[in-house]
Design a protein around this ligand. Structure first.
Ligand code: HXC
Length: 513
């Protein structure tokens, strides 16, 4: 028995050591090996591997020549800050991390384990996509991954980390995940590579220009987070996991109270200019409101006119949605609506309370937006909020005009608590636009149009825009001193802690996807 064990251990050591030339190539490219990545990401010594000895049984053109153990993916489970996760890491040094039947079966098993045990699933992707020499079985393997991604959606958090190529259909698993991390220069994702693009369209484009990290972080919105190097990327995966529940039934990971209920932040009034047209950075407001000024922003570089972030208030995890007056004056457009809608649904699926910070001039006007389906995309955000059953707190920081006011979690669509700063302006539209419509004829005929405008603006402000107009009608619950925003949110969260979801009879709604 002792000899059998020694043989097993020797083989396992050989598998773990891998091919030195493969590791060297990874390092030359600024990448790490699959096992180094697991070591960095998981708590030390916590990884339990499954199916280490698995090898492919294929008889394709090349695959039957060598049959390396693991078949190019290291799978199993470990812990992050003591909490269990299931994980797989593609090993580029074996068949370029490509996915064959055995490789896929190991990923399937990892996903099944994650779902059965109710813990987050993390996939570290670094591979050439479907293993060409295994034909249709490789495609079948991908289908099994996608089906499991969808079955697990909203049940366990799914995190895809792209650390190398993620080509072809492989890109759909990250797209079905809740979060996609990418690393600059080494990670890329596309459905068809530069050669195919050149052959079909004549367009010449590099891997990076076609599907690099910045393309997906800034333009396509596929990447949720982007980093300059692998190690900071993996560190942030740990940070993200620290704020997520293990599954949709488990409680959120709690942190100690920070005495937020009595924490006044006078700087808030200085950050936000009184003039509604003056820009400022909503992230500075968030910094003042959340614990330690610390938050994890999703899609930081895409649809920058809205900010979506995970953070804690008084130890409790919250999802923060805020208009961003520093970009497009904080107007809602198609991309911002999609970004926020997906975030609201993520928070709702995992019982993360929502805090919505409103400073919005309206939806972005123009043919670009109308042709691009702003109505359809704006409806997604409306739908997401209307459906959300988590605690919902709205804070109107400055202005809230028109349909965008309604969409940004107004009381009318189900916010539990709405608060407004005394500077709030809630109206169908701003005073200048309003006078142009209501008094168009009078302005055209007036001897002193500027005087008429000024007079109207005063009346409009006195009658409709005074801070208590909405509060008198129950549209906001409380007018708060800006300095009290953090404490008022903490008190609101405490009040709403027992909020429960009542089961619905319908199969599902028809969200305007
Ligand atoms: C089998 C593959 C492979 C693949 C790479 N390799 N991709 N083997 N199937 N899909 C192998 C290479 O033959 C090579 O083996 C080793 O991995 C390293 O690859 P290199 O090309 O030397 O590395 P590099 O120059 O870094 O380029 C990496 C790459 C390139 C960009 C990923 O290999 C590539 O373009 N591969 C094909 C990508 C692709 O088109 N995949 C299919 C997508 S279709 P040796 O033995 O020489 O070391 C798809 C459909 C899924 O995925 C559908 C699901 C719905």
């Amino acid at each position: 028995m002792r000899q059998l064990r020694a043989e097993r251990d020797a083989l396992a050591d050989k598998i773990v050591a891998g091919r030195p030339e493969g590791a060297e190539r990874q390092h030359q490219l600024g990448k790490h090996t699959a096992r180094e990545r697991l070591d960095r990401l998981l708590d030390s010594g916590s990884f339990t591997e499954i199916e280490m000895f698995r090898r492919h049984q294929a008889h394709g053109m090349k695959a039957d020549g060598t049959r390396p153990h693991t078949d190019g993916v290291i799978a199993g489970s470990g812990t992050i800050d003591g909490r269990r996760v299931c994980i797989y890491a593609q090993d580029f040094t074996i068949f370029g991390g490509s996915l064959g039947e055995a490789h896929a079966a190991k990923i399937h098993k990892t996903m099944d384990l994650a779902l059965a045990t109710g813990c987050p699933l993390i996939g570290l992707n670094d591979g050439g996509g479907a293993r060409i020499q295994e034909g249709a079985t490789a495609l079948d393997g991908y289908g099994g991954i996608f089906r499991r991604n969808v079955q697990a959606s909203g049940v366990i958090p799914q995190i895809s980390v792209i650390l190398g190529p993620c080509a072809g259909g492989a890109a759909y698993s990250p797209a079905l995940s809740d979060f996609t991390f990418m690393v600059r220069d080494t990670a890329f994702m596309y459905l068809t590579g530069p050669d195919v693009v050149a052959a079909v369209t004549g367009e010449r484009v590099s891997h990076d220009e076609l599907g690099g990290a910045d393309v997906h972080a800034r333009q396509s919105g596929v990447a949720t987070f982007v980093y300059d190097d692998e190690l900071s990327c993996l560190d942030d995966v740990r940070y993200l996991v620290s704020m997520l529940p293990s599954n949709n039934l488990d409680p959120l990971p709690a942190a100690p109270s920070q005495g937020a209920m009595t924490d006044e932040r006078p700087r808030l009034a200085e950050i936000v200019p009184h003039d509604p047209s003056k820009p400022y950075d909503m992230r500075s407001v968030i910094t003042e409101i959340v614990d330690d000024g610390d938050f994890l922003e999703l899609h930081e570089l895409w649809a920058r006119n809205i900010v979506c972030a995970l953070a804690r208030v008084d130890g409790e995890v919250v999802g923060v949605v805020g208009n961003q007056p520093a970009y497009l004056a904080g107007a809602l457009d198609a991309a911002a609506s999609q970004k926020a809608a997906r975030f609201v649904r993520l928070c709702d699926a995992f019982s993360i309370p929502l805090v919505t910070l409103v400073d919005v001039p309206g939806f972005l006007p123009g043919t670009d937006q109308e042709y691009g389906g702003i109505i359809r995309h704006g409806a997604k955000l409306l739908y997401a909020y209307c459906e959300a059953t988590v605690p919902r707190i709205q804070v109107i920081v400055r202005k809230a005009y028109g349909g965008a006011y309604i969409v940004m979690d107004s009381r009318s669509i189900g916010a539990d608590i709405s608060m407004a700063w005394p500077t709030n302006e809630i109206a169908v539209m701003g005073a200048d636009a309003a006078v142009g419509i209501i008094f168009r004829k009078e302005l055209a005929a007036a001897a002193d149009p500027a005087g008429l405008r000024a007079d109207f603006r005063t009346r409009y402000a006195e009658e409709f825009m005074h801070p208590y107009f909405a509060a008198e009608r129950g549209l906001v619950d409380e007018i708060i001193d800006p300095a009290q925003t953090r404490s008022a949110i903490a008190a609101g969260l405490a009040m709403l802690r027992g909020k429960r979801k009542f089961p619905s009879q319908r199969k599902h709604g028809n969200v305007p996807l």
